[in-house]
Ligand binder design. Structure first.
Ligand code: PLP
Length: 373
């Protein structure tokens, strides 16, 4: 069958017919262990029973009911999410994608501060379109090199609407900024009347071993965008604003309406995800399994000191930086042939598996890597 999908990105010719737990299956009967959680979204594993059940229950009530009325799933999900973010008294809006949530978060920051510039770390990815898109035409973004606090002096902080902190750099090489650097930026931004935003689209929902990536820092966000993990693969995202920002919005409200804003189905999924995390102690699992995986990767490094430059890890967000003479892409492609889906950028292999992944599967991958190296 000819592929009728616009080739905006590279797609394999294989047809995936099923995704369940930590596995994908193609139409030829091949099985792949997914160390990427889809696109870093299916943190509970693909097609999770409780999430599927929540979808089945909600579709018999209402999938979408327009913007006229309130709906219970959105309000309960908002309260539960704010509890996890420690942003009680704030407000939420639910959208569909991470990019939408980042752009609406930035729009709120710009409108409420009447400023037009956004500060981000040079390595951060914010969104695939709009204010967060990295492109020469987007003059709203100002970059600061990660961990170079002195660079703040070169920035006119009076024009910054918000610092958007992406605490994991998943699109890049998986690097974590220091506490000191983030503290200095946050303090400077606040002193000059800007807002603090956290982009938790990838680092949210336990990925880094805590509920949210910013919680590894002394960082108190005014605005938070989440996506991916909130829906465990179903497209739902959210912007949360603090009580203070909510007060600013009340004084200068503006209209923003999308057809699927606060749709009950997406919110029911989000609520089921949060409940499942609580019921099954998922954050603790991410932390413990992350540590286990990290230790195994460090052991692998000790066997291949000349070939593995560094192991970086926080929760179940891990990276193996290979020596320059090793071609990471070759290893990445050989891993796919052997049934392991990992990430790769430049000389880094990336692992962001579902939190339900058993340690045995991690060992299988590490043994395979050991042989390939
Ligand atoms: C950190 C980060 N922010 C925003 C986005 C955009 O989310 P989406 O692809 O759902 O629009 C992504 C997507 O990978 C991301 O990793």
């Amino acid at each position: 069958m000819k592929n009728p999908i616009i080739p905006f990105y590279r797609q394999s010719d294989k047809l995936v017919v099923k995704a369940k737990g930590c596995y994908l299956y193609d139409s030829e009967g091949n099985q792949y262990i997914d160390f990427e959680s889809g696109d870093w979204a299916a943190n509970l594993g693909h097609s999770h029973e409780k999430i599927n059940q929540a979808i089945k229950n909600q579709i018999d009530c209402s999938i979408h009911d327009g913007l006229r009325f309130r709906n219970e799933p959105s309000e309960i999900c908002a309260f539960r999410l704010m509890e996890k973010l420690a942003m009680d008294g704030g407000k939420c809006v639910f959208l569909n994608s991470g990019s939408e949530a980042v752009n609406l978060g930035i729009t709120l920051a710009m409108n409420l501060t009447r400023r037009k510039k956004i500060l981000k770390m040079d390595c951060s990815f914010l969104s695939s379109f709009g204010y967060g898109k990295i492109s020469p035409e987007n003059t709203h973004l100002i970059n600061i090199p990660m961990n170079n606090a002195d660079a703040i002096k070169q920035i006119n902080l009076e024009e910054i609407a918000a610092f958007v902190f992406e605490p994991g750099n998943a699109h890049g090489l998986i690097k974590f900024p220091t506490n000191d650097f983030i503290n200095k930026i946050a303090t400077s931004i606040k002193q000059h009347g800007g807002l603090l935003m956290a982009n938790e689209v990838t680092t949210g929902f336990g990925r880094t071993g805590k509920w949210f990536g910013f919680q590894h820092y002394n960082y108190k966000p005014d605005i938070v965008s989440v996506g991916k993990g909130l829906g465990n693969g179903y497209p739902v995202s959210c912007v949360t604003i603090s009580k203070e920002v909510s007060g600013l919005f009340d004084m200068a409200p503006f209209r923003y309406a999308q057809s699927h804003q606060n749709d009950p189905l997406g919110c029911a999924v989000g609520l089921a995800v949060i409940n499942t995390f609580d019921e099954e102690g998922i954050i603790q699992q991410s932390f413990e399994k992350g540590k286990y995986f990290e230790i195994r990767l460090l052991e692998l490094q000790s066997h291949h000191k000349d070939k593995i430059k560094e192991v970086r890890a926080r929760g179940l967000m891990l990276a193996l930086e290979l020596a320059p003479e090793i071609k990471a892409e070759d290893i990445y492609l050989q891993l796919i042939d052997k049934g392991y889906l990992v990430g790769q950028k430049e000389n880094v292999l990336r692992f962001m598996p579902p939190f339900i992944m058993e340690e045995g599967l991690m060992i299988q991958l590490i043994n395979t890597l050991d042989n390939l190296l």
